[in-house]
Design a protein around this ligand. Structure first.
Ligand code: SRM
Ligand code: SF4
Length: 561
């Protein structure tokens, strides 16, 4: 679909209504009309088809096996046990592939058929969770550091992020009319959209809040990142990072991953004004003719960082103060139990690729259901596809531990650091853009790499490995020390050399290779790492120091240590 037509569809959609109601009512096909396939994204859903059987159905002259993915808007990924139970029931009743925790702290349901889409949306909203603007050219789910340690700080930042998410929601009532039977009133289709206007943003827009020293949200991969600055135990404000993004297209040098630039410091009361200024500047200056160049990172590179910052300050009506010092230790999660400052406990569980289902010998869906029945705190999804059972009173710890063990959710006790940190995007069979396997390939690839680590006595090395099924980079692979980026079935670009703090991009090391070659390339590098690394040196840092990969643009901010 051409860029022009996406812009036209948005403009002519009557505030995201299009002909969705007619498309949904059409019994002849499991699909939507083409323009409605664009518009439904803004309602938090994608039309997909089962790619495992696409060819078979084509040969049988059947339309693809269409179904829908639904993504929640859950800022910071916080839900109550009651909501968990409701989401679990929805996954069981309507979806095909359990619950899936995403890299932006949302839930995804896959495989919902058109005829059940509305009931599913209703059930999600009945759980007091919505899906509005979870996809589309709007602000997406706001990511927030999961930070189980400092409960009050987390709560403050979480509340700020949730308020910002609300502030940046489209004003259209289309969502409520289409999915929740709200009556149309005068002005339906013409709602005032002061932030987005008629054509919404040129492209998706992402915001994340990090709480140093953990960079679990990969703040420099966000269009707009807020880095909490804490002094004397109090949140004094945020450093602001702009222009991060991962997506690229193979063989197109005009597109590239980029890490955000820190442009200054703001106080907490300036967050909404600043965000509004950045979003509207991108709305007005982002590229609306070439969709591949429409993200904020390209607007900044095309117009210049200084120009963009001046424009943001003009719109915000205040100048940013100089950035404050901060430092990140790593971008991963901390597993197992930790005690929060308020005496309650938090248990972070490893959920490989965020998939929660009762299949392949696993009973994670049932196990978490049983935990939700006794849990009195909250569940927090992490931006690394994991789950924190948060706010557990000391008296409940033992019971939750027993359930975790009973249902095989205590993998974190045995897994290697490599496995604990690894991420993979969804890819096949649901993702329409996948070129190679990711989530389904991760377990066996980890086995192979663990064999190599064992061979070099590196099983405890906390190497950060990520797989994406295509260069769009949904698992943020360009920030991994080892990354596979899908090129074709079974073939990947091998990227190496990012740091473990999410502050340096990796580099293309070998192009379009299959597993035997990938392992053959990694083997001597791991041997050298084992022999030559300095104390505490990460694999990516070693590769850079040893000259195996050349320095790319290094992290631009002097303040980061
Ligand atoms: Fe993503 C598109 C899955 C996080 C960059 N992403 C897609 C779609 C919707 C495919 C499509 O357009 O048809 C994938 C659906 C697969 C499926 O079957 O579920 C998809 N993206 C995901 C998730 C579920 C990956 C995961 O395994 O967890 C993540 C959902 C996040 C959420 O809850 O909102 C997800 N996607 C990301 C991230 C990471 C992040 O945001 O921190 C990125 C890189 C950061 C960025 O945006 O630059 C990312 N997704 C993309 C892109 C490339 C955008 C670009 O600027 O070029 C696409 C393709 C597009 O937009 O055209 C894409
Ligand atoms: Fe799909 Fe590519 Fe994103 Fe993976 S990286 S989920 S294959 S769009």
């Amino acid at each position: 679909m051409s860029t022009h037509s996406v812009e036209d569809i948005k403009n002519e959609s009557h505030r995201l209504r299009g002909s969705l109601l007619q498309s949904l009512a059409d019994p002849v096909t499991g699909a939507l009309r083409e323009s409605d396939q664009v518009l439904i994204k803004y309602h938090g859903s994608y039309q997909q088809d089962d790619r495992d059987i696409r060819e078979e159905r084509r040969l049988q002259k059947l339309e693809p096996a269409h179904s829908f993915m639904i993504r929640t808007r859950t800022p910071g990924g916080v839900v109550t046990p009651q909501q968990w139970l409701q989401l679990d029931a929805i996954a069981t009743d309507y979806a095909e592939r359990g619950l899936r925790i995403t890299t932006r702290q949302a839930f995804q349901f896959h495989g919902v058929v058109k005829g059940e889409l509305k009931s599913t949306m209703k059930a999600i909203n009945a759980a007091l969770i919505d899906t509005l603007a979870a996809c589309g050219d709007v602000n997406r789910n706001v990511a927030v550091a999961a930070n189980p340690l400092e409960s009050s700080l987390h709560a403050t930042v979480q509340a700020q992020a949730a308020a910002l998410s609300e502030f940046l929601l489209p004003n259209t009532r289309a969502y409520y009319e289409i999915w929740l039977d709200e009556e149309r009133v005068g002005g339906s289709g013409e709602e005032d959209e002061p932030i987005y206007g008629n054509a919404y943003l040129p492209r998706k827009f992402k915001i994340g809040f990090a709480i140093p020293p953990v960079n679990d949200v990969d703040v420099f991969a966000q269009d707009l990142g807020f880095i909490a600055i804490v002094e004397g135990g109090e949140l004094v404000g945020y450093n602001v990072s702009i222009g991060g993004g991962m997506g690229a297209t193979h063989g197109d040098a005009e597109t590239y991953p980029r890490i955000g630039d820190v442009i200054g410091f703001i106080t907490p009361d300036q967050v909404i004004g600043l965000a509004k200024a950045v979003v509207t500047a991108q709305r007005d200056f982002g590229n609306r003719t070439v969709r591949k160049r429409a993200r904020l990172k390209y607007t900044i590179d095309d117009r210049g960082l200084a120009w963009f910052k001046t424009e943001v300050e003009r719109r915000a009506g205040f100048a940013l103060a100089p950035a404050r010092e901060f430092s990140f230790d790593h971008s991963g999660d901390r597993f197992g139990w930790v005690e929060g400052e308020d005496g309650r406990w938090h248990l972070t569980l490893r959920l490989l690729s965020g998939r929660i289902w009762d299949r392949d010998g696993l009973s994670h869906l049932t196990g978490l259901r049983e935990i939700a029945k006794v849990h009195v705190g909250e569940f927090r999804l992490t931006p690394n596809q994991n789950l924190v059972i948060a706010g557990v009173p000391a008296a409940l710890r033992e019971r939750i531990d027993e359930l975790a063990v009973q249902y095989g959710l205590d993998d974190y006790r045995r897994a290697t650091p490599l496995r604990l940190k690894a991420l993979a995007c969804v890819a096949f069979p649901t993702c329409g853009l996948a070129m190679a396997e990711a989530e389904r390939y991760l377990p066996s690839f980890l086995d192979r790499v663990e064999d190599l680590l064992g061979k070099h006595d590196l099983r405890d090395a906390p190497i950060n490995l990520r797989i994406s099924g295509c260069p769009n980079g949904c698992s943020r692979p360009y920030l991994a020390e080892i990354a596979l980026v899908g090129k074709a079935p079974g073939r990947y670009n091998l990227m190496l050399g990012a740091d473990h703090r999410g502050q340096r991009l990796n580099r293309l090391y070998r192009e379009n290779i299959a597993e035997p070659q990938i392992l053959a390339e990694l083997d001597p590098l791991l041997a050298r790492y084992a022999a030559e690394r300095t104390v505490g040196e990460g694999f990516g840092d070693f590769l850079l120091r040893a000259g195996v990969i050349a320095a790319r643009e290094s992290f631009p901010l002097e303040l980061a240590s």
